[in-house]
Design a protein around this ligand. Structure first.
Ligand code: ATP
Ligand code: MG
Length: 380
């Protein structure tokens, strides 16, 4: 039974992002309802969890009946179906418009380019011959990208010759082909989180340096060790991109810092993001709290860092099977100033994101050492 004067937020999704969003909402006594297509491990800690066919209008109407607002933890959750089923009764954020713009990498890149947000050169190619011509025009290597459904680098391929392109094409291409993108010889990958209210008011988080290993984010260091003008550009471009997408809630902007000082947008994610997990301990207001505030159209909180540096390290699965609470958790907890997060996913697979550790410190090296030490102690 909910306390009627407190709003109820409905979250479509049963993973760690929904869990961390729900945790912030619960702290403020905002009621939370969660809908996912199957019983999802990370959410088991919460009441108000529903498992059901979340594309079914009746299920969505039932779920939405007590909600003041609905949001998603992923761009692949059925936000459009929820908006259709619920009509004007309940707002769904981010909007279908924003999600349609972002979900398709070709549409997204074109929209950003049209809004004067700098992006790597790209071309949407329907056929392999078209792609080969574009690749020769750009010069190899180029990155082939599927338009929809890709994550953690699955769905992308970097190719170095006509032969490699022709070989990669059949496995990756969909009916509308693939996007061919110039390979960005970046100095660093950066990320900036932006929270935006329905009326357009924004707050922006510090610039984060994101370190990838095997196409997956390994660690995030904040603030990124970049020149002030690069940080300024990253902020301005991130904020312009989020305005262009009319994003509401938390939107993460992945960026490339180029050797000549340019900053390019790689892609947007219309939700809290792995590169923003450091904000939970690191900032006055976490990305999850500001997401909740933004979708409720409430005042946004300060994004200031609480300590000079924050470092987040991902904890990836090491084996195949069913995880138990790791008995190594106390070892990680013994590392001073490190905060482990275990997502509670029911299955573990090698390379799957199972948790993360954040440490704060006086400088990046200090925070980094502690985060790595605690993350190394955990085995899942
Ligand atoms: P994720 O889920 O990790 O965000 P994704 O599957 O949506 O990834 P992208 O973000 O497009 O894929 O690419 C994954 C990674 O591949 C990037 O973080 C970057 O390291 C590299 N990459 C992508 N595009 C380019 C490019 N044009 N030039 C160089 N590297 C690139
Ligand atoms: Mg990406």
């Amino acid at each position: 039974m909910s306390i009627s004067s407190f709003p109820t937020i409905g979250i479509l999704g049963g993973g760690q992002l929904g869990k961390m969003m729900a945790a912030e909402a619960v702290r403020m006594s905002i009621n939370v309802r969660l809908l996912s297509p199957k019983d999802a491990g990370p959410m088991q800690a919460y009441s108000g969890v529903m498992a059901g066919d979340w594309t079914d209008p009746d299920v969505l109407r039932d779920f939405g009946a007590d909600c003041d607002i609905i949001t998603v933890e992923s761009e692949w959750a059925p936000a459009a179906e929820a908006a259709d089923a619920l009509g004007d009764a309940v707002d769904v954020w981010p909007s279908t418009h924003t999600l349609e713009l972002i979900k398709d990498k070709g549409v997204q890149k074109q929209h950003l380019a049209d809004a004067d947000c700098p992006v790597p050169d790209f071309e949407c190619c329907e056929t392999v011959d078209e792609a080969v011509a574009v690749a020769n025009d750009f010069g190899y290597p180029v990155v082939l990208k599927q338009y929809r459904g890709a994550y953690d680098g699955y769905g992308n391929a970097t190719v170095h010759s006509d032969e490699e392109l022709r070989e990669a094409w059949p496995d990756l291409a969909t009916d509308d082909g693939l996007m061919v993108e110039m390979f960005a010889e970046f100095t660093r990958e950066l990320a900036v989180q932006v929270a935006r209210r329905p009326g357009g008011e924004q707050v922006v988080y510090p610039v984060a340096y994101t370190e990838q290993e095997n196409h997956r984010c390994h660690a995030v260091e904040v603030p990124a060790d970049v020149d002030d003008d690069v940080a300024e550009k990253a902020h301005a471009i991130a904020q312009r991109s989020v305005d262009a997408a009319e994003g509401v809630g938390l939107i993460a902007v992945e960026l490339f810092e180029m050797p000549d000082g340019r900053v390019l947008v790689n892609e947007l994610a219309p939700r809290p993001h792995n590169t923003g997990h450091y904000t939970i301990e690191g900032c006055d207001t976490s990305q999850f709290e500001n997401h909740v505030r933004a979708v409720l159209d409430w005042p946004l909180g300060s994004t200031d860092l609480r300590r000079p540096a924050a470092v987040m390290v991902n904890v990836l699965g090491e084996r195949e099977g069913t995880p138990a609470q790791p008995d190594t958790l106390p070892d990680a907890l013994a590392v001073d100033g490190a905060t482990p997060h275990i997502y509670g996913k029911p299955d573990v697979r090698p390379g799957r994101k199972m948790g993360h550790v954040t440490a704060l410190g006086d400088d990046r090296a200090d925070a980094r050492n502690r985060a790595e030490e605690a993350a190394d102690a955990l085995h899942l």
